[in-house]
Design a protein around this ligand. Structure first.
Ligand code: 0X9
Ligand code: CA
Ligand code: ZN
Length: 438
């Protein structure tokens, strides 16, 4: 074999885009002190196929080479494959303000899959009359997808306004797990002492799915902080379907709002609801009669509403704008941060197969995507320091409470109840209880 492994350590090689991608200015590197290895291979079909085979996550392409993140076992695999590659190691710099970083463990105050499981169970145990944890489905890697229901007489399905909150369709958007989780915790812990919270909880049924994409989240914690999609092994050897392009309303409408290419960050999958994670959300949604929903993402600090697939306003544009504007007005005084709002396609970019287009398109309910702070990459992008978790939650709280109240006030009006009832008949499977009450 004449192919010689060319293993060269280029110490001085510093690429600005790596620094930008992994250590956003103003943000806190979440992998402080950790060493990472970045490899590169010449861009040829054969070499790229090897990267896919070895399950490496490609970071970017630059001057004819593909750069990817590699773990130690990946380097062994590369050596065996006889693909010539370069590698370099980087150590994240020590922080000037370590208290702002992710401290207590690899993911700090943020929740991992096991941590959200344990904390949801604790909430249920501490508030047995108000909180119940359900398993609404399983991820590709067989992790549970949990829903927390909060209401008085929680075991009963009462004639009350149902409201839906979701988090973490995108793995690297860690803050989007925390905000809906903390909303649930807040409602439960303030029920006894706060009459307004009690009224909202008594008159509604709040459903919270804080972690739609557990496989992706675990991948960001243990392998690659920048991962976005789920962990589907695609036909071409690449990984991941963008769960926020996999919903069934005008799925794959065009190739601008989503991609047919498996390797793309916005790959829509092979069919609408091809992924177990979106199916879990769909099946819960179709069994319920939700009046409004918020799905949390990051970052951008904006409130978005349908449509995403077209720049044409929906028939309910003024209602959606009015609710979004109310939410923004309630959020702004908390920490002084302004959340701009608008139709998703116009305010941000075209998308199709998103959660909110689907819930709005099938049930006609007010549906919002809240892109949590920061406002841009220079303020940290996907990496919010731990001290910001409470801050961001606190400013989002009045918007969530407002939407619950709006749902209560508008309970009884729905132009698509019949449509939804018909759909529900097709999904009659029963929700399974988690843990103590199986
Ligand atoms: O692209 C997305 O899925 C969302 N942005 S993110 O950076 N969190 O990935 C925005 C979706 C906006 N469109 C709709 N909500 N329809
Ligand atoms: Ca109730
Ligand atoms: Zn997102």
């Amino acid at each position: 074999m004449k192919i010689k492994n060319k293993i060269t350590k280029i110490r001085a090689f510093v690429l600005f885009s790596i620094a930008l991608a992994l250590v956003p200015v103003g943000g806190q590197p979440p992998n402080d002190g950790k060493e990472i290895t970045i490899i590169s291979v010449e861009k040829s079909a054969e070499f790229v196929a090897t990267l896919y085979e070895l399950e490496l996550d490609c970071l970017f392409e630059w001057e004819g080479r593909i750069y990817a993140l590699a773990r130690p076992q990946d380097l062994e695999g590369l050596d065996r494959s006889a693909v010539p590659y370069f590698f370099e190691t980087h150590k994240f710099p020590a922080l000037k303000h370590p208290q702002l970083s992710v401290l207590s463990s690899i993911n700090g105050e943020y929740h991992s899959y096991k941590e959200i499981e344990a904390d949801l169970d604790s909430l249920q145990a501490a508030h047995p009359n108000l909180a119940k944890v359900y398993v609404i489905g399983r991820s590709l890697e067989k992790r549970n997808i949990y829903a927390l229901k909060i209401s008085d007489n929680v075991s009963l399905d009462e004639e009350e306004a149902e409201v839906f909150f979701l988090g973490c369709h995108h793995a690297r958007e860690w803050i989007s797990v925390e905000v809906p989780y903390l909303l649930g915790k807040f409602l439960l812990e303030n029920y006894d002492t706060n009459a307004e919270v009690r009224r909202l909880v008594n008159q509604s049924e709040v459903w919270i799915v804080p972690l739609v994409n557990p496989d992706g989240l675990e991948y960001t914690i243990h392998y690659y902080r920048y991962w976005r999609k789920n962990r589907r092994l695609n036909a071409d050897g690449s990984y991941g379907v963008d769960l926020n392009r996999n919903y069934g309303y005008l799925w794959g409408y065009d190739n601008k709002g989503s991609s047919p290419e498996p390797g793309s960050a916005v790959y829509r999958g092979t069919a609408a609801f091809s992924e177990p994670e979106t199916r879990a959300v769909r099946d819960l949604f179709l069994q319920k009669n939700f009046r409004a929903m918020i799905t949390y993402h990051s970052y951008s600090q904006v409130i978005l509403y349908p449509w995403g697939y077209t720049e044409t306003p929906s028939g309910k544009d003024s209602l959606l704008r009015q609710i979004a504007s109310q939410m923004s007005a309630l959020m702004q005084p908390v920490n002084g941060r302004l959340y701009e709002f608008g139709q998703a396609s116009a305010k941000l970019y075209l998308t199709n197969g998103t959660t909110d287009d689907w819930t709005f398109g099938t049930a006609g309910i007010p549906s919002f995507t809240i892109e949590l702070p920061p406002i841009d990459q220079l303020w940290g992008g996907f990496f919010n320091p731990e001290v910001d978790i409470q801050t961001i939650f606190r400013e989002n709280l009045p918007a969530a409470l407002y939407l619950i109240d709006w749902s209560i006030q508008n309970f009884g009006f729905s132009d698509s109840a019949a449509k939804r009832d018909a759909a529900r008949l097709r999904f009659t499977h029963h929700l399974k209880m988690h843990s103590t009450e199986k």
